[in-house]
Ligand binder design. Structure first.
Ligand code: ZN
Length: 86
């Protein structure tokens, strides 16, 4: 059995609502899939006579705070694995 190490943390800095959840639970939390955002503005390359599109950046996953309804970011972190050999 593969241990789950995908854990998300929902933290609202407005009302300090805090919740950690597994990645599989993200659907029930109406976690909105982050849309890609442009990292810059398209540039016109006069030499090549072409428009250069800036690279796309992955947006952070967002969710709504169940407590106050504000849009908050979801932090993803890995749960500490099993006891490390010391
Ligand atoms: Zn809140």
């Amino acid at each position: 059995m593969k241990p789950t190490n995908k854990t998300y943390q929902l933290y609202c800095q407005f009302c300090h609502y805090k919740k950690t959840f597994d990645g599989d639970d993200s659907k029930s939390l109406s976690l909105s899939k982050s849309s890609d955002i442009q990292a810059g503005i398209p540039r016109y390359d006069s030499e090549n006579k072409a428009i250069e599109q800036p690279p796309m950046k992955r947006g952070k996953p967002k969710s709504k705070c169940p407590n106050c309804g504000r849009v908050i970011f979801v932090t993803r972190y890995n749960e500490p694995k099993q006891d490390k050999p010391s």
